[in-house]
Design a protein around this ligand. Structure first.
Ligand code: HEC
Length: 117
């Protein structure tokens, strides 16, 4: 993580949101299907403790088997989160986390994690 750029990132996100109010780019119009990678950066703090960051494996040795989500297909990540949210799939932590996410959050997170290598 490049923490020194995080302030810049936040400002970037703000300016994107601001310009969006004026010009309304395509991704805002067809939300939540279009995930926004920049917007996800504020949301991944909920996930990195368990799912780690790129190149960082198994944050909790043994306690949980935490699946690798970086580089997965965005549709796959979205589907998995929706399944936890709706109860089609169950895991105590992921149920709680997914339940607190909006459709847009899920789309953004899926876009973010799918572009990680
Ligand atoms: C407390 C630890 C923890 C946190 C925090 C957490 N996860 Fe998970 N996650 C897990 C575990 C454990 C599993 C495997 C659960 C299972 O077996 O069904 C999982 C499964 C998943 C899966 C399904 C992966 C697959 O291959 O089936 C996705 C997608 C996912 N998490 C995304 C997220 C996102 C996005 C966040 C942040 C918003 C997040 N998780 C936060 C522990 C966590």
């Amino acid at each position: 993580m490049k923490s020194r750029t995080s302030m810049k990132c936040k400002l970037y996100v703000l300016s994107v949101v601001a310009s969006c109010a004026i010009s309304g780019p395509a991704w805002a119009a067809d939300a939540p299907s279009a995930g926004n990678v920049q917007n996800a950066r504020d949301k991944i703090s909920m996930c990195i403790g368990c799912h780690g960051i790129p190149g960082y494996k198994a944050s909790f040795p043994e306690l949980y088997h935490v699946p690798m989500i970086a580089g997965q297909n965005a549709k796959y990540i979205e589907a998995a989160l929706n399944e936890y949210k709706k109860g089609a799939r169950s895991h105590p932590t992921m149920d709680a986390i997914a339940g607190s996410l909006s459709d847009q959050d899920i789309a953004d997170l899926a876009a973010y994690y799918s572009q990680l290598k």
